[in-house]
Design a protein around this ligand. Structure first.
Ligand SMILES: [Zn+2]
Length: 325
C-alpha cells in the first residue's frame, strides 16, 4: 500500500460487522417540508450544487425531507447535531439516490455524528491466519445493514474540500455510496443491478480500478527518491491522479471515491474513465457535465477502461494542491 494511503485511512473500508436487521421504513409518513430560508442557506453552503436545475433541486429537497423524517441523526462524543447539521447531511446523502429513491436506504435508520474524526479499534485476520490489530482515525464509516458514522468536521459542506488537496472529496457521499453498494451484501463496487447489467458493470469497475492502480504504480515509480510521499511536495505528485489515491485500495473503495468525484468534481472521472462516468450517469440519473454545459462522455463502449490509460492531460495539468497544515 503506498505510504500516503495509510494517512488516508480516514476513508474507511465498509465494516463487515453486522448490527442486525433494522426496519428502515415505518409506514408512509409525509416528509415535513423544509423551510425556504433554511433550504436556500443550505444550497449557498454547497456551491458545487449550483449546476443542478430547478427540477433536480426540487427532487433533492423532497428526498431530503423524506430522509429527515425517516432517519435518526444523533450526536456522539458530546456533539449535538442542529437542524442545519441534519439538513446538510440529508442533502449530501440524498444526491446518490435522486433516481433510486429513499428505498435505497431502507435497511438502516441511524446516522451517528462525531464532532471530528474518531478512533476505531480493528482486528483483521490476514490470509495466513495472523490477526493484525490497529487503531484507525476515521472520517466516516458505513456498516452493512447498520448505521453510518460521520465526522462533522469532515462532513460540514461549508468547510469545503480539504483532504490532501484532492478535488472531489465528500465523506457523506462516499459513505452513502458504500451503503448502496452494500445493498446486495458485498462492497465490491457493483451495486444492485438487473442481472443482465451486472457483468458489464463488474468488468467496467474492475478494469477502471486496475487502470487506476497502474496509474498509482507509475506515479510512485516516478516520484524522486528524495521526495517524501507524505510531504506537501509528495502530495503534489499524487494530486496528478484523476481520483484520490485511496481509490486504489480495492474495487469497493474505488467505487465510493469515484461516486464522490462524479457528484462533486466530475471532469477528471469523465475524462479518464468515460465508460464508468456513463454508467454512473444512467444509474444515478444525473449528468453533472451536461448540466454544467460541458461535453458529456460517449456511451460505454462495452469494454472496461484500459489499464494502459495513463493519467490524462487534464489530470497532468492539475495544479499542485495546497500544502496541508
Ligand atoms: Zn470507503
Amino acid at each position: 500500500m503506498p505510504s500516503v494511503l495509510r494517512r488516508l485511512l480516514a476513508r474507511l473500508a465498509p465494516s463487515t460487522k453486522r448490527s442486525g436487521r433494522r426496519r428502515g421504513f415505518r409506514g408512509r409518513a409525509d416528509p415535513a417540508a423544509i423551510d425556504d430560508a433554511r433550504w436556500q442557506r443550505m444550497l449557498a453552503s454547497m456551491r458545487w450544487l449550483d449546476h443542478l436545475d430547478a427540477s433536480t433541486l426540487e427532487r433533492l429537497r423532497e428526498l431530503s425531507a423524506g430522509f429527515l423524517a425517516r432517519k435518526t441523526i444523533s450526536g456522539a462524543a458530546g456533539f449535538e447535531p442542529t437542524d442545519d447539521v441534519r439538513l446538510a447531511i440529508a442533502v449530501q446523502a440524498c444526491l446518490p439516490i435522486l433516481r433510486l429513491g429513499l428505498r435505497a436506504y431502507h435497511d438502516f435508520v441511524e446516522i451517528v455524528v462525531y464532532p471530528a474524526r474518531f478512533l476505531v479499534h480493528r482486528k483483521e485476520m490476514d490470509e495466513a491466519g495472523v490477526v493484525h490489530e490497529s487503531l484507525d482515525e476515521l472520517a466516516g464509516e458505513a456498516m452493512e445493514r447498520g448505521p453510518v458514522v460521520l465526522s462533522w468536521s469532515d462532513a460540514d459542506p461549508s468547510a469545503g474540500n480539504r483532504d490532501a488537496g484532492h478535488r472531489g472529496w465528500n465523506v457523506v457521499i462516499h459513505e452513502f455510496a458504500h451503503k448502496i453498494d452494500l445493498l446486495d451484501g458485498e462492497a465490491d463496487g457493483v451495486p444492485p443491478l438487473p442481472a443482465r447489467e451486472r457483468g458489464g458493470w463488474a468488468a467496467e469497475i474492475q478494469g477502471a480500478w486496475q487502470g487506476f492502480c497502474t496509474m498509482v504504480d507509475r506515479l510512485e515509480a516516478a516520484i524522486p527518491r528524495h521526495v517524501d510521499p507524505e510531504s506537501p511536495q509528495g502530495e503534489a505528485w499524487y494530486a496528478r491522479l484523476p481520483l484520490d489515491p485511496y481509490a486504489a485500495t480495492d474495487p469497493g473503495e474505488f467505487f465510493a471515491v469515484a461516486v464522490e468525484s462524479f457528484f462533486v468534481d466530475p471532469e477528471p472521472l469523465a475524462e479518464v474513465f468515460p465508460g464508468l462516468y456513463a454508467r454512473f450517469r444512467d444509474y444515478f440519473g444525473l449528468d453533472p457535465l451536461a448540466v454544467t454545459g460541458q461535453q458529456p462522455p460517449p456511451q460505454p463502449a462495452g469494454r472496461p477502461s484500459s489499464p494502459d490509460d495513463a493519467p490524462s492531460q487534464a489530470a497532468a495539468e492539475m495544479e499542485p494542491p495546497p500544502s496541508r497544515s
